[in-house]
Ligand binder design. Structure first.
Ligand SMILES: *Cc1c(COP(=O)(O)O)cnc(C)c1O
Length: 389
């Protein structure tokens, strides 16, 4: 998609200004239900609930504007917006599974995605196998006759490992397996997985799409047929719809989406390059700076990456990792990312002592998110904090 298209989508697409007195911003339709004048009209609406206005758990005019924009941004036919990213993930995964099915999933997905597979779906007789995206073809070896879904993140938001989307989509299509990607990391500005044949694209809209750290929301984008199936079943029965107020905040967030993403991407690269050269940094994990030449072709599926990356400090002391984190003044210590504010997530927050449990994050691990502040100021802050290591 060229940039003109993106600008049109963000500023105008889906907005029916004539029907609300020329208002530049779509009104917040703060209503639970909608009324009809005749039985005939009411009946017709029920025939296509997904695109009519009957009840806000299904569709709402403010939410509809947002759905149209998000579907177009992901180059797909339709989209649904949920009250959280994990609600979008859960509803979509459940929509395509039944008892006895098998899922193949990237080994370090978002923590609650893993919980969905390991704890919730296990109870319903659905099996999962995890694969290491760094081992070529590993996901293929994990597939069985009853595999229905391949679930990936690329880049993974913890390890930043990337996968060749075309290869995954071609393999899965041949086997009749649906492909799902959590595309929160790149977001559609930098990567549109539908163009490589991925079936369903998921987002935590809490991150870049809203971008102001004041709304929790989720999205699924895909073909009309798949989205309608999710709408009729999981969307309507799990009931995790977004409120009109939050949908309006997301539309507002989208107005500056491109600017924010570019700034975060540039700032992220600048800070990551500085850290990579620092003698106290053991290893940098960044989708663009952590690859050898052979992987460059793989990188062409992404035009950018945003401001999220991680690094390991060269130390065996838990205490110095804590001191380093506590000394930062320009980074907030917090989960999440994708907002205006720069963040640090220390692996040390998940350990009480220096022993490393298998599968958990080492205390030397730090995930940084570079927001919209001046990268030079952030670098100076890291510099003073690194003195204690
Ligand atoms: C935050 C996040 C989620 C979950 O989204 P919520 O909006 O918090 O429910 C899913 N995947 C990734 C990669 C995330 O970072």
């Amino acid at each position: 998609m060229d940039q003109m298209d993106f600008d049109f989508i963000i500023n105008h697409l889906g907005e029916n200004r004539d029907s609300y007195m020329g208002a530049v911003c779509p009104p917040i339709f703060q209503t639970s239900n909608f009324s009809f004048k005749t039985v005939e009209e009411f009946r017709k609406a029920f025939e296509n609930e997904q695109n009519s206005h009957i009840y806000t758990r299904g569709n709402n005019p403010t939410v509809e504007v947002l759905r149209k924009k998000l579907a177009a941004m992901e180059n797909t036919e339709d989209a649904l917006v949920f009250s959280s990213g994990i609600a979008a993930i859960s509803a979509t995964v459940i929509a395509f599974l039944r008892q006895g099915d098998h899922v193949v999933c990237i080994n370090k997905p978002y923590s609650w995605t893993r919980h969905l597979f390991d704890v919730i779906l296990k109870r319903f007789g659905i099996d999962v196998s995890y694969f290491d995206p760094e081992i070529p073809e590993h996901y293929k070896a994990q597939c069985r006759d009853n595999t229905r879904l391949i679930f990936i993140e690329s880049p993974c938001s913890l390890t930043f490992a990337c996968m060749d989307l075309t290869e995954v989509a071609e393999f899965a299509t041949k086997k009749g397996i649906k492909t799902l990607i959590d595309n929160s990391h790149c977001s559609p500005l930098f990567q549109q997985p539908s163009k490589f044949g991925i079936d369903l694209i998921l987002h935590s809209a809490t991150k870049y799409i809203n971008g102001h750290s004041d709304v929790v929301a989720g999205v699924v984008c895909g073909k009309s047929e798949d989205i309608s199936k999710i709408f009729r079943n999981e969307y309507m029965t799990l009931g995790a719809c977004i409120s009109p107020m939050d949908a309006s905040l997301l539309i507002r967030g989208l107005r500056t989406y491109k600017l924010r993403l570019m700034q975060s991407h540039e700032g992220g690269l600048q800070v990551a390059k500085w850290l990579k050269k620092h003698p106290k940094v053991e290893r940098l994990m960044h989708p663009f700076l952590d690859r050898d030449e052979s992987n460059q072709s793989l990188m062409q599926q992404m035009s950018g990456t945003g401001g999220l990356f991680a690094f390991y400090l060269k130390t065996t002391s838990l205490e110095s990792c804590e001191k380093f984190s506590n000394r930062l003044k320009k980074f907030l210590m917090a989960v999440s990312w994708g907002g205006h504010e720069s963040l640090i997530l220390p692996g040390a927050a998940f350990t009480k002592n220096a022993e490393i449990k298998p599968g958990s994050l080492p205390f030397q691990y730090f995930r940084l998110y570079i927001g919209l502040e001046d990268p030079e100021i952030l670098i100076r802050d890291l510099e003073q904090a690194l003195e204690v290591v």
